[in-house]
Design a protein. Structure first.
Length: 615
């Protein structure tokens, strides 16, 4: 983060819900309604398949009862049966089982289809929003939190979609099965249905205990991701300052919190899952006990008892399925709030519809620009012009706002006052993509992807290898690239770890040049390059047939001397501008800044000479 960046806002972490209250349930159903409206056909097919499964499950009980009553018991009584009766019974059982399997397959496929489509759509939506939001917004939000929004939170939002069609179908099955049991024998139905309030109450207690524990675990995953991302990003600092143990301890604390949260979830499930499994089985025993007495008394047949017992074993399933949906609702609502916080963010940079006229090198004008982070201004009054094809060096002490100025030129941020004009057009009025097609920024710290040289230079642009080599030649990178084992196809490793700092900077410069920008902004982008190589780069840019205007943030005197003109910034304002030699004459601040190193060397040499004379 730059030194003048604002402090990061706290993570958007919602308080864990203590229970599945009606308000949260309504909000969760509203979230699911978004998916239903987005994928109505697939969801309808999933619910229809689930209803088919429910109907055929109840139908299986009827078929088993009928086969028991009319085929199995007569066969035991007569000591024989017919092949036709067995074939008909088998056909009925297999037919119902086939329809049930069809319902299961259809429900799982289409429920998964809706879930994964919604996850993909919202991952894209969140990522698009990240790209639209300005750099100042990203500076206020940790990368780990943003990764969690786009991944874990999106997954949590649509987690209930997988069991939801099943829950709807088995709720339908619950009604059908309960009616069927009552019609078979009301007495047995009373015994059977007494178990369900107990199962339902236990399930409500289960969800109230599980929901806050699961939601806390979800939040802690984002914290673990945030710490890991920071540690990996700052690996060089961690290693060189010997902070491995401290970072390991910091990560371990977060990981242990997540471990404890997951264990808490496991404890709830480990305690209550067996009880939820046991209650229906106890109910089956009660049904068989009462049902046997009813069969002995002639109040019901053995086939009826088989049907009722089978149906009862199924009735626990709908309640559990509904419980799965309720268990996912709190996580879904929390994830939805976090995702919507990103999608509803209004800290945007609106675009206009204007294009930038002309071709070749662009004209740049900065008019009375003011910009600050938070309450303090970094730039107070900056104004200067750059004629097409000229090379201008921006010079100033640390904190003068040089890097902030480069961010304004490529519109990573917008000025609070004033304007940046490209060929007379305010950059805020340009259409999407117009500025990127005309202006390229090469930052001080070159970022390379774990890709080939060609991939890092082209970066997805449809350019030929000849154009890539042309950009490499302008960046004085063609020589070392040609010497690599596989040339353009050489992989450079994560962040370009197989290359030197100067080589990484030259590849980053080639990446900008391959797009043939009309304005090239270099934020100390050649600091790791030898001065002689830097001179050849700037000379090549001047002689380029494409024509380019160059603005370079410079620190080295050798770089400054190569510029056609110098803009001197101090205290956030333009203090002087002109040729390097002229500024040395008429600007004391500029002279002190660019000659500071030489004066320090002279003083050290004088001190050394004095000590030698004394000896």
């Amino acid at each position: 983060m730059p030194p003048n960046a604002p402090p990061r806002a706290p993570s958007r972490k919602q308080d864990a819900p203590r229970r599945v209250d009606p308000h949260m349930l309504r909000e969760g159903l509203g979230v699911m309604g978004v998916a239903v409206r987005a994928e109505p056909r697939a969801f309808a097919v999933a619910v229809g398949a689930s209803a088919l499964y429910a109907a055929t499950t109840v139908g299986t009980a009827q078929v088993l009862g009928h086969v028991t009553e009319h085929v199995v018991l007569p066969a035991f009584a007569a000591g024989r049966t017919t092949a036709g009766a067995l074939a008909a019974s088998a056909a009925a059982i297999v037919g119902v089982a086939f329809l049930k399997a069809l319902g299961v397959a259809g429900r799982r496929f289409y429920a998964g289809l809706v879930q994964y489509r919604m996850q993909a759509a919202y991952r894209r939506a969140v990522t698009r929003r990240y790209l639209e939001l300005p750099a100042s917004w990203h500076a206020r939000h940790p990368a780990g939190e943003l990764l969690s929004n786009a991944n874990a939170d999106v997954e949590a939002v649509w987690a209930p979609l997988a069991p939801l069609p099943m829950a709807i179908g088995v709720a339908f099955m619950l009604v059908i099965a309960a009616v069927a049991i009552v019609l078979v024998d009301p007495v047995v139905a009373v015994v059977a249905l007494l178990v369900f309030p107990a199962v339902a109450l236990l399930n409500v207690f289960y969800q109230r205990r599980l929901a806050p524990a699961a939601t806390r675990a979800q939040r802690l995953r984002a914290g673990v991701s945030e710490v890991a991302h920071e540690s990996f990003e700052g690996a060089l600092v961690v290693k060189t300052l010997g902070r491995e143990a401290a970072e390991t301890e910091r990560f371990a604390r977060r990981a242990e919190e997540l471990r404890d949260a997951n264990i808490a979830v496991g404890r709830v499930r480990g305690l209550l899952d067996p009880l939820l499994e046991a209650l229906p089985n106890l109910g089956v025993l009660a049904v068989l006990l009462v049902g046997t007495m009813r069969v002995d008394g002639g109040a019901m047949t053995a086939g009826d008892l088989v049907s009722v017992a089978y149906l009862f074993t199924l009735l626990a399933w709908p309640i559990r399925a509904l419980g799965w949906v309720l268990a996912d609702v709190p996580r879904s609502v929390v994830g939805w709030r976090r995702v919507r916080a990103v999608l509803d963010e209004r800290d945007t940079m609106p675009h206009g519809d204007r294009d930038v006229p002309g071709d070749g090198a662009a004209a740049l004008a900065v008019r009375d620009v003011r910009f600050g982070y938070g309450a303090g201004d970094v730039l107070r009054s900056v104004s200067f012009d750059v004629e097409p094809g000229r090379t201008v060096a921006v010079v100033g002490p640390t904190g003068a706002g040089k890097s902030t100025l480069t961010n304004l030129l490529v519109r990573l941020v917008d000025p609070a006052e004033g304007a940046v004009l490209l060929d007379g057009v305010d950059v805020r009025e340009t259409g999407p993509g117009v500025l990127a097609a005309n202006v390229a920024l090469v930052p001080q710290h070159a970022f390379l992807f774990d890709d080939t040289v060609r991939g890092n230079v082209a970066l997805g642009a449809d350019v030929t290898d000849d154009r890539v080599w042309e950009a490499l030649r302008l960046a004085q990178a063609d020589g070392f690239v040609a010497g690599l084992a596989h040339g353009l196809d050489t992989r450079v490793g994560e962040r370009g770890t197989t290359l030197s700092g100067g080589q990484r900077q030259r590849l980053a410069l080639a990446r900008a040049l391959v797009r043939r920008p009309r304005l090239l902004v270099l934020d100390d982008a050649t600091s790791s390059v030898d001065p002689s190589v830097e001179a050849r780069i700037l000379a090549g840019l001047r002689e380029s047939s494409a024509g380019v205007t160059v603005l370079v943030v410079a620190y080295r005197k050798a770089t400054i001397a190569l510029a056609d003109e110098v803009v001197y910034l101090e205290h956030g304002a333009t203090q002087a501008r002109g040729a390097h030699a002229d500024l040395l004459e008429r600007s004391p601040g500029y002279r002190d800044l660019v000659t500071a190193y030489e004066r320090a060397e002279a003083e050290r040499a004088a001190d050394a000479s004095g000590e030698e004379a004394v000896r």
